[in-house]
Design a protein around this ligand. Structure first.
Ligand code: IMO
Ligand code: MG
Length: 427
C-alpha cells in the first residue's frame, strides 16, 4: 500500500467516521487533511459512541498513528476538549500529532463567521459558525497563524498584532462589534500552544518515512464533494477542498502515491445548511428517513435535509475525485420501503440536463428525473455477505454502481464497526 484516500461523495455526513473506524483496524496511520471542527464524525465502537470533530477517527486503536494534517484548520480549544473527553474513556491519544503548518482558528474567526452569516440575512450559507471560512481566508491572504507559531511567543505576538489590527477594524466598522483585546487573545493562545506542544510537529517527514516503510495510510476526508469550493453549489460550499486532490495538498502526499480513492455515499442524500438540493423531500418520506436514521447534525444539532440519492451529483463526485471504490452506507434505512427512487437526470425549463450544473442559479431550478426501484422487507442490518441480500437490495446497489460509474465495494448497515461488508462481486 499503500495510501487510501477516503472522501465524502455527497454533502457531508455520509458515514465517513464509521468507515474509517472500521478500516483503521488494518491501517498504521490515519490522517485528516481538510476542514476543521465543522466536521462531525460519528463512530460507535466497543469504547462507546463518539462524535469526533478534529481528531482522526483512527484514534481508538492504540497502534494507529493519528495525524492532523497541514490542510486542517485547528481550533485548539476544541482539540484539547476532544482529547480530554477521550481520556475520560481511557483513550490516551498518545499517538496523535498535529502539523505545525496547520492554521489555527482564532476567536476573531468564529466571531466573524457568525457576524457574516447574520449580515447575509436570507442569503446565509448556513455555516457551522466554527470560523472555518474566515480561517481559510487568512491562510490564503497570508495573515494566518499556524500551529507552529504558537510555540514561539515573540513571533506569534508580532503576527497577531498585525492581523488583529485588521480584524478589529473590520469588527468595529463593518459589523459594529466591540474590538477584541490583543493581549487576551495572545495569553489564551500562548497557553493553548503550551498544552499542544507535545503534539505539534512537522508531519511531512513522518508521513514520508511511513510511506518508505510501506505503512498503510488512510487519508480521512471531511465534508463532501458537493461542498467543494470549486465544484460544489458555490457559494453554498465550505472553504477547503474535501476532494482527493485536497488530500494531497492537505498532507504533502503526492497524487501518484494514492492507490485507492474510496468515496463514501449514503443510499439516500442529506444536506445541512443552505443551498439547493434537487432531491430534497419536504414530506413524510423525508421526515421518515430523518427520524429512522437520526439525521441531526453531529456538530450543530440541526435537522438534516433528507432526500433520494442523486446520481447526477454522484457521477460528478466520482469524476472529480477519481474514485476507484464506493463505500455505500445506511442500507438498512431502506429496509421496509416499498419503493426507492434515484435521480438520474435533471429537468430545467423543459430541457433535460444530464450533468451537475456549474451555477447555483441553475441548480436551484433543477427538477429531478427519477428512476424507481422496488424495495425489500427483510432486515439487512446483520447480513454478512452481498450474496445474502434481498434481490431488490442487490439490484439497487448495482444500479447505483452503474449510474455513478464506480463499483460499490464496501457496504455498511447500522452504526457499529462490525456492520460493514466487503463486496467482492456484485453478481
Ligand atoms: P462532515 O465531515 C455536513 C456544511 C455546513 C454549511 C457549509 C459551510 O461531518 O461530513 P462551514 O462551517 O464549513 O463554513 O459551512 O458546509 N458543512 C457540513 N455539512 N457535514 C460536514 O462535515 C460539514 N462541514 C461543513 O452545514 O452548509
Ligand atoms: Mg458529520
Amino acid at each position: 500500500m499503500s495510501v487510501i484516500a477516503l472522501v465524502g461523495g455527497q454533502w457531508g455526513d455520509e458515514g465517513k467516521g464509521k468507515v474509517i473506524d472500521s478500516l483503521a483496524a488494518q491501517a498504521d496511520l490515519v490522517v485528516r487533511f481538510a476542514g476543521g471542527d465543522n466536521a462531525g464524525h460519528t463512530t460507535v465502537n466497543p469504547h462507546g459512541t463518539f462524535k469526533l470533530h478534529l481528531i482522526p477517527s483512527g484514534i481508538f486503536y492504540d497502534n494507529v498513528k493519528c495525524v492532523v494534517g497541514n490542510g486542517v484548520v485547528v481550533n485548539p480549544g476544541v482539540l484539547l476538549r476532544e482529547l480530554a473527553e477521550l481520556r475520560e474513556y481511557d483513550i490516551k491519544a498518545d499517538n496523535l500529532v498535529v502539523s505545525d503548518r496547520a492554521h489555527v482558528i482564532m476567536p476573531y474567526h468564529t466571531l466573524l463567521d457568525g457576524l457574516e452569516e447574520e449580515r447575509r440575512g436570507s442569503g446565509a450559507i448556513g455555516t457551522t459558525k466554527r470560523g472555518i471560512g474566515p480561517a481559510f481566508v487568512d491562510k490564503v491572504a497570508r495573515t494566518g497563524i499556524r500551529a507552529g507559531d504558537l510555540l514561539d511567543a515573540e513571533l506569534f505576538r508580532s503576527r497577531l498584532d498585525i492581523v488583529m489590527e485588521q480584524k478589529n477594524a473590520l469588527l468595529t466598522s463593518l459589523y459594529h462589534h466591540p474590538a477584541l483585546s490583543v493581549d487576551e487573545v495572545f495569553e489564551q493562545y500562548l497557553d493553548y500552544g503550551k498544552q499542544m506542544r507535545p503534539y505539534i510537529v512537522d508531519t511531512l517527514p513522518l508521513l514520508h518515512a511511513a510511506m518508505e516503510r510501506g505503512d498503510r495510510i488512510l487519508l480521512e476526508g471531511a465534508q463532501g464533494a458537493l461542498l467543494d469550493t470549486d465544484f460544489g453549489s458555490y457559494p453554498f460550499v465550505t472553504s477547503s477542498s474535501p476532494l482527493s486532490g485536497g488530500a494531497t495538498i492537505g498532507t504533502g502526499i503526492g497524487p501518484t502515491h494514492i492507490e485507492k480513492v474510496i468515496g463514501v455515499f449514503k443510499v439516500y442524500a442529506t444536506r445541512v445548511g443552505g443551498g439547493p438540493m434537487p432531491t430534497e423531500l419536504e414530506d413524510e418520506t423525508g421526515n421518515f428517513i430523518r427520524e429512522k436514521a437520526g439525521e441531526y447534525g453531529a456538530t450543530t444539532g440541526r435537522a438534516r435535509r433528507c432526500g433520494w440519492f442523486d446520481a447526477v451529483a454522484g457521477r460528478m463526485s466520482v469524476q472529480i475525485n477519481g474514485m476507484t471504490d464506493i463505500a455505500l452506507t445506511h442500507l438498512d434505512i431502506f429496509d421496509g420501503f416499498s419503493s426507492i427512487k434515484v435521480c438520474t437526470g435533471y429537468r430545467v425549463n423543459g430541457k433535460n440536463l444530464a450533468s451537475f450544473p456549474s451555477r447555483v442559479e441553475v441548480l436551484e431550478q433543477c427538477e429531478p428525473i427519477y428512476e424507481e426501484f422496488p424495495g425489500w422487507d427483510e432486515c439487512t442490518e446483520d447480513i454478512e455477505d452481498f450474496s445474502l441480500l434481498p434481490p431488490n437490495a442487490k439490484d439497487y446497489i448495482r444500479a447505483i454502481t452503474r449510474l455513478v460509474g464506480c463499483p460499490v465495494t464496501l457496504l455498511s448497515m447500522g452504526p457499529k464497526r462490525e456492520q460493514m461488508i466487503e463486496v467482492k462481486s456484485l453478481d
